[in-house]
Design a protein around this ligand. Sequence first.
Ligand code: NAP
Length: 287
Amino acid sequence: MQTRTARLMDGTALARRVVEETSVRAAEITRRTGVTPCLATVLVGEDPASVTYVRMKRARCAKAGIDSRLVSLPAATTTAELVGTLRTLSQDPAVHGILLQHPVGPHIDERAAFEAIAPEKDVDGVTMSSFASMSFGRPGFASCTPGGIMRLLDAYDVELTGRRAVVVGRSAILGKPVGMLLLARDATVTYCHSRTADLAAAVREADVVVAAVGRPRLIRGEDIRPGAVVIDAGYNAGNVGDVDFDTARTRAGLITPVPGGVGPMTIAVLLEQTVDAASAQLGLATR
Ligand code: NAP
C-alpha cells in the first residue's frame, strides 16, 4: 500500500516574503516622511523565554528597517505601573506599535495591562477592541498568530467556505480569534478545549484542524481525516507541536511543520501590522 505524505506548509518561506514586502513599505515611509516606523516592546521581568522572544522580535524589526524601543521593567512592577507605562507609550507620537510580551507574572492583571494599549497601536491584536473589530469584520489589527495562520491557509489556496474547522484551544490570543477568522471565511467552526468530552471524535470530523493547546502530540495522527489541512500552532519543549506530526502527515493533505510553520508567520504579521499602524498614524495610504 502506498503511504500518503502531506504537503508541508512552509511558514518560513512565506514569512520571508511578507517581511520583504514589509521592509520595502517601511523604507518608503521613512523616505516620504523622515519618520521610521517604531515598535515599542515592553518586557516585565527576566523570564528567559520572554527575553529570547523579545530579542528575536527586535532583531527582525532591525532587519526590516523598523525601529524598536525596548522598555524593560522589573519583575516586581505593579499593574498600575505597567498600565501607566503602556498609556504613556500609547500617547507617544514616535511609537507606532506596542507589544507587551506575555506572560507578565501572576501578580499583574494582564487584561488591564493589555487594555491600556491604544487600539490604533495594538499591532499584536490583544485588546478587546481589536478582538471586537476582527469579529465584526471591521478594520483593526488581528491577533498575530491567528492572522499568520490565515495567511498560510490563503497562500496554500485552502478553501474554507462550508468546510468543517476544528480549533483545539480557546485562549484569547490564539484559539478564540482564529475561530472567529475562520468563521468570517464561512467555515463551520467547532471549538474544543480541556472540557471537551471527546476530542478525537471532533478531530475526526474536521476538514481543517487548528491545534492551539501547548500539549505535546495531543492530536493523534490516526484521528486526522484523510486529506485534511492540519495547522499546528503549538510549541512545546524539544521543538514538538501539539500534533503527532509523523503519523498525521501520512493522512493529512497539508500540514505545518514545527518549527517552521506557524511560528515565523507570527513575527511577520507583527512587523506588517507595525508598518500598517505607522502608515495610518502618519496619514499615508494603508495596504
Ligand atoms: P493557553 O492560553 O494555555 O490555552 C491553551 C488552550 O488549550 C486552553 O483553551 C485549554 O482549554 C486548551 N487545552 C488544554 N488542555 C487541553 C486538552 N487536553 N484538550 C483540549 N484542549 C486543551 O495557550 P495559548 O497561549 O493559546 O498557546 C497554545 C499553544 O500555542 C502553546 O504551545 C504556545 O506555545 C503556542 N503559541 C504559539 C505561537 C506562535 O507564534 N507559534 C503564539 C502563541 C502561542 P481551557 O480553556 O479549557 O483551559
